[in-house]
Ligand binder design. Sequence first.
Ligand code: E4P
Length: 214
Amino acid sequence: MKFFLDTANLDEIRQARAYGLIDGVTTNPTLFSRESGDWRTLAEKICRETPGPVSLEVIGQTTAEMIAEANELVKIGPNVVVKIPMTLDGMAAVKELTAQAIDTNVTLVFHPLQALLAAKAGATYVSPFVGRLDALSQNGMEVVEQIVAIFKNYDFAAQVLVASVRHPLHVLEAALCGADVATIPFAVIRELSRHPLTDKGLETFMKDWEKVQK
Ligand code: E4P
């Protein structure tokens, strides 16, 4: 299972990379809005510093706008994946971009049938948003499970990228149901390594080792 970091923050990318924990990065307009400076310069740095694909999102709403924007975004770095919203215009753009051998990530997916459309259009990644569904008392992970099953049934090449991750259990459940990727906020990545019994055990080992040294 691949871990992407869900951020546009360079420090977070550098830290997660130093831990050897990330295979890629996903961004969106909201994540860029939290950073300062010119977005394009930042995007170029993110692409240089990320050991894998970097999703950059289009802003255009029509198929023609999305295709034109995608062709500009891919100039930012060789590892750019173009994020396209789950709309009918978006699906037409994905079909054309796939024909142009440009990788795509279909975003804002909330239902398995939307994922099916994205896979049929030829998307490289399909991103169901689990946290936002859970927040509406719908079961986000159930949607992921159904998408994984559908893609398996028909041998779709599209990878299931679990997005809108809120806590470690989302990562566990995504791994158990066979999702290809989880895109995870930095704070949650750190939580994945933690357990109170690990801390307690380490403390005991250190204390006991002092006795051995005497
Ligand atoms: C990633 O590709 C998505 O844009 C992101 O995970 C959305 O997360 P949010 O629901 O925290 O905005």
